[in-house]
Design a protein around this ligand. Sequence first.
Ligand code: ZN
Ligand code: ZN
Length: 214
Amino acid sequence: MINMCSDNPKNTEIKPEYASFEDAVEFHGHVCLGLSSGYQVAIAAMKALGVQRPKDEELVAIAETDACGVDAIQVVTGCTAGKGNLIIHDYGKHAFTFYCRESNKAVRAITCLEEFMQQNPEMDELRPKVFSGKATEEERTRFYEMTDQVSKAILEAPPEKVVKLEFVQMEPPKKARIFTSIPCGCCGEMVADAKTREHEGKQICMPCFLKLNK
Ligand SMILES: [Zn+2]
Ligand SMILES: [Zn+2]
C-alpha cells in the first residue's frame, strides 16, 4: 500500500503549536496594540527558550505591566495569575521575562512600537480626545479603525521589528505555595494562614486588619 500522506503517516490531526491570535482576542475582549505586541512577545520568547505551552509551572512569566499585553501572555504561554506562574510587577513597562525551570534559562523581552506609532501620528492626537470622552463619533470611529490597522501591522511584522529579546541570568522564582486555611479571628471567613496579620493575639485577615488599623 502506498502511503499517500507521508508527512503525517498516522493521519493524526496536526494541532497548531501556539494559541491563535483570535483566542487571545476572545479572552481579552478587544483588538489592541498591547495585545498584538504581547502575542508576538509570547511566541518569540517560547521559541527562544524552546518550550511549548506548559501545563504546570515549568515556565514562569514576570510581567512589568498589568496592561493588555499580559492577557496575550496568559493565553499563549499558559502562565496565568491563578496558577502562580505569572508574576506581575507593575512598573508600567511593556517588558516580560520568561524563565524555564527545566533548562534554567531566561529571556527578557521588551516591545518596541515607536516605528509603528511614528507612522500614525494621528492616533496620538486622537487618543486623549477619545479617552476623555471629548471625541466626536467620527473621531472615535477613525481612532478605532487605526487601532485595528496598527495592531494588524504589529501582528504581521517580523518578530524582530516588534520584540527585543535577550537572554538574562536569574534566580529561579519561588514556586507557588500551597497554604493552610484558618478562620479569621475577626470575621470568621477562611483565609490562607500565611496571609494573615496578628491583632491582639489573634490571626486575622488583611481586610479586617486594615479596617481595625484605619
Ligand atoms: Zn487591550
Ligand atoms: Zn477577617
